[in-house]
Ligand binder design. Structure first.
Ligand code: 4AD
Ligand code: MG
Length: 465
C-alpha cells in the first residue's frame, strides 16, 4: 500500500487539490459499471456529498474485487484528483489503488440505494446514520450543540454540570424514573409490601433528573450566569411525535434577571443558533428543504424577525375569537395544547410566539408569583410547526412566598432546605429557561418525528438499541 495520509471528502470538495495524489476512506454509496471501468460514489460522512471515483479495468483487483463491490462496502482508495468532464460533478478521483476493508452482503444489507422510509430506518438505528438524511441530521445536531456552547461562552456564561441522579422533582409532575440498586426480584418475593428506600444505595429514593434547573439556580447565585446542557429523563407516557423519555435540554440560569431579560435571551439564542446553522450547514439543510419540507429555508430565514410576545390572557382571547374548531375546548386556566400553540404560531402570527404570565395552577412551585394573585412569571416560546420549544420563568426569590407556594403544591420543605437557603442568604431576582434540544433539531430540519432527530430514541416500550 502507498503510504499517504488520508483526507476527508468535505475538505477535498471545498478546496480541491487538482492533480494531487490523495487517499480517501469511506463506504460505497453506489456503483455503475461502464465497458472498461466503473464509477464508484464513495461517502465518508464528513459531508452530504460523495466523491466520484473512476476505477479502471486495468486495476489489479478489478475483476476479482471491484466488479463485485456493492452498496455499503468499506474502502480505501488512492488516486489522482482531476476535474470531471461530466456536468454537475466537479471533482473525480482516478483510482490507482482500491482496497476493501469490509464487504456488505447485498442480500442482507438493509440500506440499498433506493429511498427508505423514516419509519423503516427507525428499525435499524445502528445503520441509519449511513443514509444521507440521518447523516445530515447528525451533522446539524452536532453543529447546533457546538453553537450553543459558543453562544453562552461568548456571553460570559459558565457551563455547569448538574447531576443526572437526583432526589428532587423539579417540575413536580411525578414523571421521574426511579433509580435503584435494590434487588427487585428479591423485593417482590419478600413479605414486606413496602419498598425500604433507606436500605437503597443512596439511603433514600433517588431518580433520574427531569431538569438541571434547581441545581443551576444555586450556581447562578454564585457565578452570576450559568448554563447546563445535558440529558434529562421523563417517564411521561405520551407516545407523540414531540416527546422522548430521554432528551437533551439546554438550561441557562441568570442572577439579577427578570422575565423580560429571560425572554430576550431566549429569542436572541434561537436567532443566533439558526443563523449560525444556515451559515455552517447549507448542504445538509438543502437536503431537508428539497426532500422533507419545501418551506424549511423560508421558515429558518424568518426567525430573524422579532418574535410576537403576548400574555397568556391575550392568547386565550385570540383562541376564543378564532373560527377554528379545537379538539380541546378553550377557557382561561387551561394548559395550552399543541393545537392551540400551533394556531398561534402557524395561523395567526406565522412566526415564533412567546406567551407569558400563565395561570399559577398549571405551573410548578418555583415560578415567581405575579401581583394579580392568579398568574406566575412564566414564559413559553412556541415555534411554527412544533409548538413549545422553550419553557422558562422568573424564579420566586422571596422566602415566605416560596414556602407558601410549596405548601400549595404539596412540595415537602424538608427535602428542599438547600433550595430555601438560597432565599435566606443573599437572595436575588433570577430567571432561566429550558430549551428542548431535540425540538430545536426538529425545527432546524423540518423533520416531523422526534424519533428521527436523536440517534437512539427512548420512548414508551422502546429502548432496544
Ligand atoms: O417546559 P419544561 O418542562 O421546563 C423545565 O423543565 C424547566 N425546569 C426549564 C427551566 O426553566 N430551566 O421543559 C423545557 C423544554 C420544553 O419546552 C420542551 O422543548 C422540552 O424541554 N421537553 C421535551 N422534549 C422532548 N421530550 C419530552 N418529553 C420533553 N419534555 C419537555
Ligand atoms: Mg413546559
Amino acid at each position: 500500500m502507498t503510504a499517504i495520509s488520508s483526507q476527508r471528502i468535505k475538505k477535498i470538495i471545498s478546496d480541491p487539490p487538482w492533480g494531487a495524489t490523495l487517499e480517501i476512506k469511506g463506504w460505497l454509496k453506489s456503483k455503475r459499471d461502464a465497458k472498461d471501468f466503473s464509477f464508484l460514489d464513495v461517502g465518508d460522512g464528513s459531508c452530504i456529498q460523495g466523491l466520484q471515483v473512476i476505477a479502471d479495468s486495468s486495476l489489479v483487483n478489478y475483476q476479482r474485487e471491484i466488479k463485485k463491490l456493492t452498496t455499503g462496502c468499506s474502502l480505501r482508495i488512492v488516486g489522482v484528483l482531476q476535474k470531471s468532464p461530466a456536468q454537475g460533478q466537479n471533482a473525480e478521483l482516478i483510482a490507482q489503488e482500491i482496497s476493501v476493508y469490509g464487504w456488505a452482503d447485498p442480500d442482507h444489507y438493509p440500506l440499498q440505494k433506493k429511498k427508505q422510509s423514516f419509519e423503516f430506518l427507525r428499525s435499524i438505528p445502528h445503520l441509519r446514520g449511513r443514509t444521507n438524511s440521518m447523516g445530515a441530521m447528525i451533522r446539524i445536531r452536532s453543529r447546533l450543540s457546538y453553537a450553543i456552547h459558543q453562544f453562552f461562552q461568548e456571553r460570559g456564561f459558565h457551563q455547569l454540570h448538574t447531576p443526572i441522579i437526583t432526589t428532587s422533582d423539579c417540575e413536580g409532575a411525578g414523571e421521574m424514573f426511579t433509580l435503584t440498586a435494590l434487588d427487585l426480584d428479591q423485593l417482590v418475593a419478600s413479605p414486606a409490601k413496602k419498598v425500604d428506600y433507606s436500605a437503597d444505595f443512596f439511603g433514600q429514593k433517588a431518580s433520574l433528573t427531569v431538569s438541571g434547573q434547581l441545581e443551576a439556580e444555586t450556581y447562578a447565585q454564585a457565578l452570576g450566569n450559568v448554563y447546563t446542557f445535558g440529558p434529562t429523563f421523563r417517564a411521561e407516557n405520551s407516545n407523540t411525535s414531540r416527546h422522548l423519555a430521554e432528551f437533551w435540554m439546554v438550561e441557562p440560569e441568570m442572577a439579577f434577571c427578570d422575565l423580560e431579560g429571560d425572554m430576550n435571551l431566549a429569542e436572541e439564542m434561537l436567532q443566533f443558533l439558526i443563523a449560525d446553522l444556515v451559515n455552517s450547514c447549507p448542504d445538509d439543510l438543502e437536503l431537508f428543504n428539497r426532500f422533507v419540507d419545501k418551506s424549511l429555508m423560508t421558515r429558518l430565514a424568518k426567525i430573524k424577525e422579532a418574535f410576537t410576545r403576548l400574555s397568556y390572557s391575550e392568547a386565550i382571547d385570540h383562541l376564543l375569537a378564532s373560527k377554528q374548531a379545537f379538539e380541546y375546548p378553550v377557557s382561561w386556566g387551561i394548559d395550552l395544547q399543541t393545537e392551540h400553540e400551533k394556531y398561534l404560531t402557524d395561523s395567526l402570527f406565522q412566526r415564533p410566539v412567546i406567551v407569558y404570565n400563565y395561570p399559577k395552577n398549571i405551573k410548578p412551585f418555583y415560578m415567581r408569583d405575579n401581583d394579580d394573585g392568579k398568574t406566575v412569571a412564566a414564559m413559553d416560546v412556541l415555534i411554527p410547526g412544533i409548538g413549545e420549544i422553550i419553557g422558562g420563568s422568573q424564579r420566586e426569590e422571596r422566602l415566605d412566598i416560596l414556602q407558601q407556594r410549596m405548601a400549595e403544591c404539596g412540595v415537602a420543605e424538608e427535602s428542599y432546605q438547600w433550595y430555601l437557603d438560597l432565599r435566606r442568604f443573599g437572595s436575588v431576582p433570577h430567571a432561566g429557561f429550558g430549551l428542548g434540544f431535540e425540538r430545536l433539531v426538529l425545527f432546524a430540519t423540518g423533520l416531523s418525528n422526534i424519533r428521527d432527530v436523536i440517534p437512539f430514541p427512548r420512548t414508551p416500550g422502546s429502548a432496544a438499541i
